[in-house]
Design a protein around this ligand. Structure first.
Ligand code: GLC
Ligand code: CA
Length: 581
């Protein structure tokens, strides 16, 4: 079999792009990105080669966790625009054959959601049953769970001595009780309401957390705070067989909502049990796709920076290879380099000897040419970098502030704890999009809600737009190649197969389909590397080269046709990547 054996769906050949609305484009000078701002950039995104836009939460929210704390699932928050703006976004996207997916955050809501405010008034009443309220044990919290954002997952209910509610994330994000059919039905109704409006699907937040072990046992503490980490709690909850299993919960969610609309869904799934990938993304799986976090889990930065380490090239290569080989016959993973919870990819994945621009193109090529659905994150296409902030008070992200204090509690100096923030903070990816070298990077005419990275004068869209060798031009060529009709079966459905594995510092792989194949080959070392090609590969032509003079695809194809001579060997400079086909 030369090709992965997967039932075809409309989203397989699509390219997705994540928008962090607060930081994308401000249209009215209040310093906050908004829906009209997104609409004004649809042509830009279309030209780049994007089909699906994932919009991070824009619902009514106190923004304790930047919109992942929803107070009203049916309302667009004023600072982002109106429902009318949203409907315009949908229709403008449709005109351009683009799809909008929303962020579905239903493990928890905001403590300002009316369900929760009513629950606080009467924790044992109807609304109380929509959350998890528990009595304390031995005069303490019901169990010793550390929330993702620090502190105990159990928060004492104001006005009650011995009553607590459960929150996996911040205390302002109470978890919804998915064992209550009223909650479940309300989620179905809300999801269908958005699908009826015309959204193409959802990115589904922290969905694995909905499964609880409702006996809430305590575990062996793993830190000075006497608490046990979230990962362990979630894994144990998944294995717990009281109530419905996560599989049943998700299958029912799909059947009652997404399946009826042929919606595209991508799950944020951590801690999946072994052997259930097929159930999640296989034929009739719970989701169309789930994110491949395998690289990011290696740096372990999301839930504990002090435990993190710099990833080496060998680790990166082996991790990608393993993930591709394990998943490609089952379904489509969603491939990312960065997102709104991760630092900028070039800051964590590239060896320091690789030139930044070449390196961005290299990372992009490896990501886009794999099997799966590429998910770009805003700014990745121009090589936006982490931001260096000199003071913990300059950070906004709730998780960063907690990680900083946890690092200090564990003996790090202030300087070292701050250096960790500079490297791993979620705020690194949340700085405003750099559109031009005008004031505030062309993001806003007012004062941005969060500082624009001062490097916007060098790194911005306007500057890269007409430069044929820019990262942006390269991404356009890369996405065009990936979507080229002649190669569709190769790049979308072709089998991933590692190539030239024994050559040190080289990362190469094939994508093989019945009608042909491509070879992606790159040099991550400090020196030039010459590769003797196999007989079969000597017949290939170079279709894209990150060190070429011009990335316009036509030019690249014509140029390579002109030198159709078979090549016995190729030499790659440090940081160079080529796509042959
Ligand atoms: C997900 C989101 C993250 C958020 C968390 C809680 O991990 O990506 O930004 O803080 O869920 O909703
Ligand atoms: Ca605005």
């Amino acid at each position: 079999m030369s090709q992965t054996n997967i039932e075809k769906h409309w989203w397989h050949n699509k390219i997705a792009y994540e928008i962090y609305p607060k930081s994308f484009k401000d249209s009215n000078g209040d310093g906050i990105g908004d829906l009209p701002g997104i609409i004004s950039k649809l042509d830009y995104l279309k030209e780049l080669g994007i089909d699906i836009l994932w919009i991070c939460p824009i619902y009514e929210s106190p923004l304790v966790d930047q919109g992942y704390d929803i107070a009203d699932y049916y309302k667009i928050m004023d600072c982002f625009g109106s429902m009318e703006d949203f409907m315009t976004l949908l229709s403008e996207a449709k005109k351009r054959d683009m799809y909008i997916i929303m962020d579905l955050v239903v493990n928890h809501c905001s403590d300002k959601h009316t369900w929760f405010t009513k629950a606080l008034e009467d924790p044992t009443g109807e609304y109380g049953k929509r959350f998890y309220f528990e009595r304390g044990r031995d005069g303490r919290e019901p169990s010793n769970y550390r929330s993702y954002f620090g502190g105990n997952m159990w928060e004492r209910v104001p006005g009650h001595d011995d009553l607590y509610y459960y929150h996996s994330f911040a205390k302002e994000q109470p978890d919804l009780n998915w064992n209550n059919p009223v909650v479940v039905q309300a989620v179905y109704d809300m999801v269908n309401w958005w699908l009826e409006k015309g959204v193409a699907g959802f990115r589904i937040d922290a969905i694995i957390n909905i499964k609880k072990d409702t006996s809430f046992p305590s575990y062996e503490p793993d830190g000075p705070d006497g608490l046990c980490e979230t990962e362990k709690i979630v894994s144990n909850a998944l294995a717990c067989r009281d109530n419905e299993s996560i599989g049943t919960m998700l299958a029912k969610l799909r059947a009652n909502t997404f399946a009826k609309y042929d919606a595209f869904t991508v799950g944020e799934v951590f801690n999946m049990e072994d052997g259930v990938l097929e159930e999640f993304i296989g034929k009739n799986g719970h989701f169309s796709s789930i994110f491949d976090f395998s690289l990011h889990l290696l740096t372990n930065c999301e839930h504990g920076w002090f435990a993190s380490h710099r990833i080496t090239f060998e680790e990166l290569k082996q991790t990608i290879i393993q993930s591709q080989l394990q998943t490609q016959d089952v379904g489509f993973m969603a491939n990312i380099i960065e997102n709104h919870d991760e630092p900028r990819g070039l800051n964590i994945f590239l060896p320091e000897w690789i030139d930044r621009e070449a390196g961005c193109k290299l990372l992009g090529t490896i990501m886009v040419m794999q099997h799966g659905i590429p998910f770009l994150y805003q700014g990745q296409e121009i090589g936006m970098t982490n931001i260096k902030l000199d003071d913990i008070n300059a950070y906004n992200d709730i998780n960063t502030i907690d990680q900083y204090h946890q690092a200090i509690e564990r003996g790090f100096s202030k300087e070292d704890a701050l250096a960790l923030c500079n490297l791993y903070s979620r705020d690194n990816a949340r700085t405003p999009m750099q559109w031009s070298d005008e004031t505030e990077g062309g993001f806003t005419t007012g004062t941005p809600w969060f500082p624009v990275n001062p490097n916007y004068r060098q790194i911005n869209v306007a500057k890269q737009m007409d430069d044929p060798t820019s990262i942006l031009s390269f991404y356009r060529a890369l996405l065009a190649l990936r979507k080229n009709k002649i190669y569709e079966n190769v790049f979308v459905y072709g089998r991933f197969e590692p190539a030239y594995e024994e050559i040190k510092d080289v990362f190469a792989f094939y994508r093989r389909a019945e009608e042909g194949y491509a070879l992606i080959v790159s040099n991550w070392g400090k020196e030039n590397i010459t590769i003797e090609l196999s007989d079969e590969d000597t017949r290939l032509w170079c279709m894209l080269d990150n060190m070429a003079e011009d990335y316009k695809l036509g030019t690249a194809l014509r140029a390579s046709m002109a030198q159709k001579e078979a090549q016995k060997s190729i030499t790659l400079k440090p940081g160079q990547v080529r796509v042959y086909g």
